[in-house]
Design a protein around this ligand. Structure first.
Ligand code: SF4
Length: 926
């Protein structure tokens, strides 16, 4: 069959099925494109302004018809004329009519921006291109009908980042549609008619008073600047040619949004989202788009410091490296290499993580290296490795487009993974069924058909109930279970022997609700599961992961598009930190370190001769300390030196008193940081590192996508990239390591890590590659398609076990505290609190159910005391039905609160991930 073609302005071009005329034209004529006003490629075609109208004929000599190109499909044999005299005339008329809507002073063809060579707004550009120079129509939008603030201004300046001046609005409704279709927030709408029509927020309130989540989608799409952001406004004030744009990847959550950074004279002006980004298609949350000014905050560390007479004292880099080399070699000589440990950072690049583990293993000679996956998703990696053979997301977030059912467990993605959260919300609002298993009534729980609001810590009980109903109702995928899995029968026997009434009582859920959810999940054609730290940060975290894997295998929801098991990774590069070997039991590429063949493999790649990392220290062949074990070893006096790259363990790790006591007992604490964090304050040596905006490298997001991080600005004066710091330290310790360069480092990693084998700096392109990547560059969107990595998928049965926290302290401290993040801040808040996000949310609060508040005499917004077996804190209470009776909830972003004074020592049985989600506490009015 011959290729379908259409003619564009007299020349034939091949068609792509499903394209509109506008898409066809843009694909072919990058220069001479059709002007548009209401179009945005991220939004559904709207066809309202008609500026994109073109002449269309179905044969060369056939009659021509004017059609809106944005929503007319292009078809075989079609003839399209984009700039015929009559469509150009039509466009001028439309533009004139649109202009007649604007107050006189805002007519762009009378204003400076059109004449001067500065960044024009999209609307100004269209006016210029269509050649309209006067407006013949009478009548004007009245600015009198627009709401004013207390100063009489019609510009809403109530938000730290966003502005709205409706005197510039042309009623294209792109902002309203962006709010609905991209974010799913539905904050914006239109009020009034004719010249009185105007955009409102909520019930016509200010940005601040509205439910706006500050994603900036409206500001990015607005073609006139009527809605803008404070950073984007700066762009319009400088010549376009003086601004450079750099594409990089957000360093907050594991979604891995691409960012387009506008830079002038080594200063960042604004950040937007590239529309062609595979991960985020022109969208971000407020952290990625707005919370970046920490990068040149006055609090930045700019010089190395050594503690002298109790004071951190500025020193030169040479003095710092000499001091450290001497100190580390002395500790190693006196106490052995295992007296030294390192904690790497999920904020840093793959290359930097790789280097830190290499320094510990190949230079110091110890496997004492761990990363923050320990305190978040180590149970995911462990459990999925046990069930499937690979401990990473099986599918891509883009598979949401194909899925027909969503199971969300222990995750609040609209707050913690906002761009993915918005996609899930969009999907559910369009009718895809959703089960939420979560003790908190999260935003997505409100949209869910099934919200199973279990008692914190009882995931295994509820997941086993789901399995019970799937098996007892004969809803398993027989063929899949027979051909792709093992140990089904013993698993099914154990599940069917469970006492469902008892499990319902333990977990506090309605068994009929669980039954109906389980049946719906099993009957779905394609179901995707997502889970977060509400699954992993438990004493049965790894076991709950294997229970989810059981459900996935029972229903055959793995190995194809629109299904799978997808952990929502917490930090931007936590996947990468683990991939790079920042774990005490597995090196780069997940080879176990206590296996002789693997030891040889690493030695060969790291150039280790005769099995010795130096002349005396043997290659390390036993598992190292996990993070909690490092703290215990420091208390016991076995660990003498700890190197921490970009982690604030004093604030983020549980049982803060224990952490502080451990760090205080070290002979040497080294902290690489960008700010003087709570941990850095305790350090003997502080080394000023750099933010993601100042470095090159790669991050791996939660869907195994390795993406390029490109420096937008040079390292702040006095600082070094974290990779360069480690390289110089390795050299100071006698190991020859070339200077930090992302490209060269990536080559070394591709040599060591088999699933990086086909990755090069060049072939990552703009949108990266999903590992495993074969030599030649072929990447993998879906894992376990024909076989599981381990061969057959393995069923595991675990019974519910009560947490020792509840068993030991539940009687004295009868409430259960569970913790999570909010949208505006990130973990310890080190970065977000140094941005205007602090003006939006400025404290952590404690959510308490109305019944509990009444019984404790606690008033809304009053101070309360929260105490556990470890310690106590004071914070503000907020009465909320988001939590059930007996459950309390808070976030942990503000160091002054120190929430980890009350959290405990219980950890996951297999991985030692702390049980942040179940803390026995009591609460009292102050
Ligand atoms: Fe950054 Fe995550 Fe927000 Fe995307 S969703 S902009 S990766 S914090």
């Amino acid at each position: 069959m011959s290729q379908a073609t259409a003619s564009l302005n007299g020349i034939d071009f091949p068609l792509i099925s499903g394209e509109t005329i506008l898409e066809f034209s843009r694909r072919i004529e990058s220069e001479h494109t059709i002007p548009t006003l209401c179009d945005d490629s991220r939004l559904e075609p709207y066809g309202s302004c008609r500026v994109c109208s073109v002449d269309v004929a179905l044969s060369a000599d056939g009659p021509r018809k004017v059609m809106a190109s944005c929503h007319t499909p292009v078809s075989n044999g079609m003839h399209v004329f984009t700039h015929s005299p009559r469509v150009e005339k039509l466009r001028r008329n439309i533009i004139e009519l649109v202009l007649s809507d604007l107050p006189e002073q805002n007519l762009p063809m009378q204003g400076v921006p059109i004449k001067d060579n500065v960044n024009r707004t999209e609307f100004e550009q269209v006016v210029l291109e269509t050649g309209v120079s006067e407006v013949r129509f009478v009548g004007r939008k009245s600015v009198d009908s627009l709401q004013t603030d207390e100063k009489g201004s019609i510009c809403d300046t109530s938000h730290p980042y966003m502005r709205m001046d409706l005197s510039m609005c042309i009623d294209c409704n792109r902002c309203v549609r962006a709010c609905d279709e991209i974010q799913g927030e539905q904050v914006l709408s239109v009020s009034g008619r004719g010249f009185d029509a105007h955009i409102i927020k909520g019930q016509d309130v200010s940005f601040k008073e509205s439910d706006c989540v500050s994603c900036g989608a409206c500001a990015q799409t607005c073609p006139t600047g009527a809605i803008s952001d404070v950073f984007r406004e700066q762009l319009t004030l400088v010549p376009a040619e003086s601004v450079e744009t750099v594409r990089t990847v957000c360093s907050y959550c594991g979604v891995g949004c691409n960012l387009e950074v506008s830079v002038k004279d080594n200063k960042i002006l604004s950040i937007e989202a590239p529309k062609d980004a595979a991960v985020n298609s022109g969208h971000t949350c407020l952290k990625g788009r707005y919370a970046w000014r920490f990068y040149n905050h006055p609090d930045r560390l700019t010089t190395p410091m050594i503690k002298k007479e109790g004071q951190l004292t500025p020193v030169s880099w040479t003095e710092a490296f000499d001091y450290l080399a001497n100190k580390l070699q002395t500790i190693k000589a006196e106490h052995g290499p295992d007296a030294i440990a390192g904690i790497s950072s999920a904020r840093c690049t793959n290359e930097e993580n790789y280097l830190l583990q290499k320094m510990l293993r190949a230079v110091i000679g110890t496997n004492n290296i761990d990363c923050c996956a320990r305190v978040c998703h180590s149970p995911t990696a462990y459990g999925m490795q046990k069930s499937f053979g690979t401990g990473a997301a099986t599918n891509s977030i883009d598979d949401l487009k194909q899925t027909e059912f969503i199971l969300l467990i222990g995750a609040n993605p609209t707050a913690a993974h906002p761009v993915t959260g918005a996609k899930i919300k969009q999907k559910v609002m369009k009718g895809t069924p959703l089960i939420v298993i979560d003790p908190v009534k999260t935003e997505l729980a409100k949209y869910a058909q099934w919200h199973i609001q279990l008692r914190p810590g009882t995931n295994v009980a509820v997941l086993n109930m789901m399995a019970y109903y799937i098996i007892s109702e004969n809803l398993i995928d027989e063929r899949f279970v027979q051909t792709r899995t093992e140990d089904y029968q013993s698993y099914a026997n154990a599940i069917l022997a469970l006492d469902i009434d008892e499990l319902a009582l333990i977990s506090g859920v309605d068994k009929d609700l669980v039954k109906s959810a389980a049946i719906a999940y099993a009957n779905a054609n394609k179901a995707m599961s997502f889970h977060g730290l509400g699954v992993t940060e438990h004493s049965q975290g790894s076991r709950a992961i294997m229970c989810i894997a059981d459900l996935v295998m029972l229903t055959g929801n793995i190995g194809s598009q629109g299904v799978g098991m997808n952990p929502l990774r917490g930090q931007n590069n936590v996947q990468g930190a683990a991939d790079m070997g920042c774990q005490p039991h597995q090196g780069a590429g997940y080879f176990t370190v206590d296996d002789e063949k693997n030891s040889e493999y690493y030695q060969q790649h790291y150039g280790i001769q005769n099995g010795l990392v130096d002349n005396v220290t043997p290659w390390p062949a036993v598992n190292g300390y996990k993070i909690p074990e490092m703290f215990n070893a420091a208390i016991a006096g076995d660990l003498k030196a700890l190197w921490i790259m970009g982690e604030d363990v004093v604030q983020t790790d549980p049982n803060q008193q224990h952490v502080v006591a451990s760090l205080s007992n070290l002979d040497l604490l080294v902290v690489q940081e960008i700010f003087l964090s709570e941990t850095a304050k305790m350090a003997d040596v502080v080394l000023p590192g750099t933010s993601f905006l100042e470095k090159n490298g790669t991050f791996t997001n939660g869907e195994r996508r390795v993406q390029k991080v490109n420096a937008a600005v040079p390292p702040k004066s006095g600082c070094k990239t974290d990779g360069q710091i480690i390289v110089e330290m390795m050299n100071a310790l006698g190991h020859s390591q070339p200077t930090y360069d992302a490209d060269t480092m990536l080559q070394e990693i591709a040599d060591v890590v088999p699933f990086f084998a086909g990755i090069t700096w060049e072939n990552l392109g703009d949108n990266g590659l999903q590992w495993p990547v074969e030599k030649g560059g072929k990447d993998t969107q879906i894992l376990h398609q024909e076989n599981f990595t381990r061969g057959l998928g393995k069923f595991h049965f675990y019974e519910f076990e009560e947490s020792t926290e509840v068993l030991e302290h539940g009687e004295e401290f009868p409430f259960i505290l569970t913790t999570s993040r909010n949208l505006e801040h990130y973990n310890a808040g080190t970065m977000t609190r140094r941005t205007a996000n602090e003006l939006i949310v400025s404290e952590d609060v404690l959510l308490i159910n109305p019944n509990d508040a009444a019984s404790k005499g606690i008033k809304d917004q009053s101070q309360v005391k929260l105490f556990s077996a470890r310690g106590e804190i004071e914070l503000k209470a907020e009465i909320s039905d988001k939590v059930s009776d007996g459950v309390l909830f808070t976030t942990f972003h503000f160091p002054e609160l120190m929430i980890n004074r009350v959290t405990g020592d219980v950890t996951d049985k297999h991985t030692k991930c702390p049980e942040y989600k179940v803390v026995s506490v009591d609460v009292a009015a102050v």
